[in-house]
Design a protein around this ligand. Structure first.
Ligand code: DHE
Length: 540
């Protein structure tokens, strides 16, 4: 789903908002509007921003601003935090974290200087190679490094395949939820700002969580314990795990690298610089596992190429018999494009990749030949990363293979015929949506209205008629987003994205609310069974 930030999508609004923020910040600094009480002032001899940073911030955020116990404080990591919010965080602290407020210690001008400082780019791209990655690597439970689901029993009675992981973005925790009883089993602290879907091993025993600051955590879903951690990048996009459970591949914005980890203990195997044939480097938009191809697919942000790294067994040298396990470096295939594509969707057998570009193009690439086989009329920023597929058995579209995608820049859902690569229908919604979900056993597809005044609405679409049959408002006034089904498709879980948020559980057929579990800004939730069986109603 790698596109401009959702805020930037509404560029007109963003510009107006920025002006407002600047004016508000100016007024606040001048003391004309009420802000937090600012009693203090730093008493150190050097009041420059770097000195203030060294005295007050470096212990937690690292002397080089690359993060330590606290997150990295560099522009690349702060894109999602407005300056006004940064001022507030420094002044008041951040609830439910260890970030204290500095209003009593620093003056307004000092806090403003610190904000300027952390939004200033670093003088040079920091080094984050094998040495740094190795130094960050920690194995907490060496006894849990090896093994699969057959070697140990879960420490709880619930069905381990009907668990959900719920990422609670509000206070950086993860809840393990029993999908049958709809009760939390445990809750643990995660790294700061997890992003993207957690990735399970093929048996669902282990899961890998990636944070925007580059931390990858391996967690044992059976023993409910963190196994290992490593910092694979400074600013990371996401991670993918190979279907043979041997590798985790991490894609980074900063530095421009791919990092291959040993999936057992997360030790780094190799760091792959991301460079075009001409030498220029690129950020990685995202990495994906393509199970039937036994490969990783890599979306690149700054160059018109797609990379494929194969981990397929190779014929053993000399013997002509048997197939050896792949050894790094994994062979790299470059698929050259005429435009940069960075938001991807794959069909179920990973024969085709559908990619969207920032310029509004959407192309279908045959992954076998590497050729563009179709161009799609999908203006308005389709959010392909959130696309889903199904084939209606009855009704006007019976037998047609459908790809449905919301749009980040348009109040619509598009339905594409995947055999002809044509638009079947464009359905008007109450606003642009972010996430779309369904399940093989459900007659409905759910799409949120992530942006605009109706962000508390959730549309339920009939998969045969492609019409909205119900619009739910689980928590009026609060954003409702991201649905995930239980393994049977019987229940649909909706997140209320609020600090006083919740997971609202619906009966997926009657659309009646069954239960409400309070959570702290739950963002995504991920059902083990649906993920490891590659359900076509969810992301993989
Ligand atoms: Fe995401 C998944 C990229 C902003 C919440 N997001 C992904 C993935 C990518 C991506 C590539 C797939 C990774 C995976 O699962 O392995 N996201 C981007 C962006 O480029 C974008 C637009 C801007 C950015 O700052 O990165 C962006 N994403 C957001 C948000 O603002 C969201 C709403 C809040 C947040 O936590 O940052 C957000 N993204 C999510 C979630 C998923 C995700 C919850 C997992 C979806 C799933 O069900 O698999």
């Amino acid at each position: 789903m790698n596109r401009l930030s959702p805020r930037a999508e509404r560029s007109g609004l963003t510009r107006r908002a920025s002006v407002f923020v600047i004016v508000l910040t100016g007024l606040w600094l001048a003391g004309s509007v009420s802000g937090p009480a600012m009693a203090g002032s730093d008493t150190g001899s050097d009041a420059s921003a770097p000195a203030l940073y060294a005295r007050h911030c470096a212990a937690c955020h690292g002397p080089g601003r690359l993060g330590a116990q606290g997150p990295a404080l560099i522009p690349e990591s702060l894109r999602r935090l407005r300056r006004k919010a940064a001022l507030q965080v420094i002044a008041r602290g951040r609830m439910q974290t260890q970030m204290p407020g500095y209003a009593g210690k620093l003056s307004r001008a000092e806090i403003a200087a610190l904000v300027d400082y952390i939004y200033t780019p670093l003088p040079r791209v920091p080094e984050w190679g094998l040495a740094e990655i190795r130094a960050s690597h920690k194995v907490m439970r060496p006894d849990l490094v090896e093994g699969d689901a057959s070697t140990v029993r879960p420490v709880y009675a619930a069905d381990p395949l009907n668990l959900f992981l719920v990422v609670e973005a509000g206070d950086h925790h993860v809840t393990v939820l029993d999908g049958d009883r709809l009760e939390p089993i445990t809750r643990f602290k995660s790294r700061f700002a997890l992003h993207g879907g957690p990735k399970y091993t093929s048996d669902g025993r282990f899961v890998y969580l990636a944070s925007r600051d580059g931390w990858i955590t391996k967690y044992d879903m059976y023993r409910l314990a963190k196994v290992a951690e490593v910092r694979a990048g400074i600013n990371t996009r996401n991670a993918a795990v190979s279907s043979d459970n041997r590798f985790v591949l991490v894609g980074n914005y900063l530095p421009h690298t791919l990092v291959l980890l040993d999936a057992r203990d997360l030790s780094p195997v190799t760091v792959i610089p991301v460079r075009a044939a001409g030498g220029e480097s690129s950020r990685v938009s995202a990495v994906y596992n393509a199970p039937p191809r036994r490969s990783f697919i890599v979306a690149l942000k700054d160059m018109p190429e797609i990379w494929e790294l194969s981990y397929a067994p190779t014929p053993r040298k000399g013997s002509g018999q048997g197939r050896g396990r792949p050894r790094p470096p994994l062979p790299l295939r470059r698929i050259r494009l005429d435009t940069r594509l960075d938001d991807f969707f794959f069909d179920q057998d990973y024969a085709h990749l559908i990619g969207a570009s920032r310029s509004g193009k959407a192309e279908v690439i045959d992954l076998g030949s590497g050729k563009v086989v179709a161009r799609l009329p999908l203006e308005g920023m389709p959010h392909l990363g959130s696309g889903i597929t199904w084939t209606p058995k009855r009704g006007p579209y019976a037998g047609r293979r459908i790809l449905a995608t919301p749009h980040l820049g348009r109040a619509a859902v598009s339905f594409i015929d995947m055999d002809r690569w044509t638009t079947i229908k464009t359905l008007k919604t109450l606003g642009p949506g972010f996430f779309m979900r369904s399940h093989e056993q459900s007659p409905y597809a759910w799409v949120d209205v992530f942006f605009g005044p109706d962000r508390d609405a959730m549309h339920v679409i009939d998969k045969e008629t492609l019409e909205i049959v119900r619009t739910l408002r689980p928590a009026p006034g609060k954003t409702a987003a991201h649905v995930e089904f239980d393994r049977y498709g019987r229940r649909a879980l909706v997140s209320i994205w609020d600090r006083q948020g919740a997971i609202v559980v619906y009966d997926a057929r009657s659309l009646v609310e069954i239960k409400r579990l309070p959570m702290v800004k739950p963002s995504g939730k991920y059902n083990v069974f649906n993920k490891i069986t590659l359900s076509e109603g969810t992301s993989h």
